[in-house]
Design a protein around this ligand. Structure first.
Ligand code: AMP
Length: 415
């Protein structure tokens, strides 16, 4: 089956076309036929397109809204020029899989989208006011472009973390806030944590039940997950993706009293302070330079910039503290898995995160660590290290395509 995977954001749409089915899933022979990215939707959009085995092309075009973006993608994918193998007309796309950010407590797995499911996603808008509406727009756009008959599947960022026990997902707040409004930890990046956990057990050749690891997704957004017996048992993001690790522009954990204090001092509303915590904090806030880790590492190296160094140090320190707390929460783990743009590429950040973890038996192999960049997967600790560390590039789109196939065929889902 050819699956169109869509990740619709407020002003961008990412897509992939993946050829997969149950046989390909078990043989790991899925094929990525095409991929691309439309940014700055609403005006003159910047478009990147790539067909398997061919060079990436960049172009621009007027793209009014999400629907126009989906139309553009389909028109391009079916064109002579794109040469997407096996995709000549709209009918060659067999299903669409969507990344949906928030599934609340209702969606514990991926689901075939019906009107009722769509209403359920709408009900979660209050939990993710910035994300779920754009995801819904993507679903509606695909319905309009492909017709209501084409199966569509929703894959939720929160679903993998629905196995958290109550003592891990509840905040120590008046219980009625949970009862009335479902205020609790949901966690995000679930598809990424789930994918790297799946790859880890494939690499090790172990069953799901023996998968006891801590996964660190470190990109522009960052989160950690404690995975015991294959299930997510704790994670660092909370009701929203603001909690937890230090991120590109997000603060991660802070004392909640800071919000009122800063609001009073700066004459801001609580909402304006929250925006500050989301958009002007994290690596950007500390360094005053950039939210981009690569640039910060270069600044620290080339110009010995004090605040760039501090931002990197705080980022790594916080990640290390999470590892320590999850090792305690899980009663130990077998491995730490790094993923996301920073986790996959920066040997320096990985080494800093792991620096004080020798006590837990983690021995980084410097050469292996250095060699694992640019999508290279594998072990970065010494042979015999009691706590291992791996780099595993994430692939959320692949899981979305596979979930879509399973939902369409009514096959059991694998989490
Ligand atoms: P993502 O959101 O997963 O695309 O990750 C984006 C982050 O990864 C940015 O902070 C990038 O600077 C960072 N990143 C990408 N490549 C590297 C690299 N080679 N070294 C350090 N950070 C990198």
């Amino acid at each position: 089956m050819n699956i169109l995977v869509l990740n619709c954001g407020s002003s961008s749409v990412r897509f992939q076309i993946i050829s997969t089915d149950l046989e390909k899933i078990s043989g790991n022979t899925d094929r990525r036929l095409a991929r691309g990215h439309i940014e700055r939707i609403g005006g003159e959009a910047i478009i990147t397109l790539e067909t398997e085995g061919r060079a990436k092309q960049r172009t621009s075009a007027q793209v009014r809204d999400t629907r126009a973006a989906v139309e553009f993608i389909v028109r391009w994918a079916c064109s002579e020029e794109a040469q997407v193998d096996g995709v000549k007309t709209v009918a060659d796309v067999n299903a669409v899989g969507h990344r949906v950010v928030h599934g609340g407590e209702r969606f514990t797995h991926s689901v075939l989208i019906t009107d009722e499911v769509l209403r359920g996603i709408e009900d979660c808008i209050e939990l993710a006011p910035l994300h779920n509406p754009t995801n819904i727009k993507g679903i509606q756009a695909a319905r309009e472009v492909f017709g209501a008959g084409l199966p569509q599947v929703a894959v939720f960022d929160t679903a993998f973390h629905q196995t958290l026990p109550d003592y891990a997902y509840l905040y120590a707040l008046p219980y009625q806030l949970y009862r009335r409004y479902r205020v609790r930890r949901y966690g995000f990046h679930g598809t990424s944590h789930r994918y790297v956990a799946y790859r880890y057990r494939q690499l090790r050749g172990i069953p799901r039940e023996q998968t006891n690891i801590i996964t660190l997704h470190m990109g522009n957004g960052c989160s950690a997950a404690a995975i015991r017996g294959g299930d997510s048992v704790d994670t660092s993001m909370g009701l929203t993706p603001l909690e937890g690790l230090v991120m590109g522009t997000r603060s991660g954990d802070i004392d909640p009293a800071i919000i009122d204090f800063v609001a009073a001092k700066e004459g801001l509303s609580a909402q304006a302070v929250e925006t500050m915590l989301n958009k002007q904090s994290g690596l950007l806030g500390i360094s005053g330079l950039t939210n981009d880790m690569r640039e910060l590492l270069a600044e620290a190296e080339e110009n010995d910039d004090r605040r760039a160094r501090l931002a990197i140090e705080i980022f790594c320190y916080r990640a290390r503290k999470y590892i320590g707390s999850y090792l305690a929460a899980m009663g130990g783990a077998d491995a730490i898995v790094f993923t996301g743009g920073i986790g996959e590429n920066s040997a320096e950040v990985r080494a800093l995160v792991c620096k004080e973890l020798e006590w837990f038996g983690l021995e980084i192999d410097e050469e292996r660590n250095r060699e694992h960049t640019n999508g290279r997967e594998g072990l970065i600790t010494r042979d015999g290290s009691r706590l291992a560390a791996y780099v595993i590039p994430t692939d959320e789109e692949l899981l979305i395509a596979r979930d879509t196939v399973r939902c369409v065929l009514g096959a059991p889902q694998r989490y």
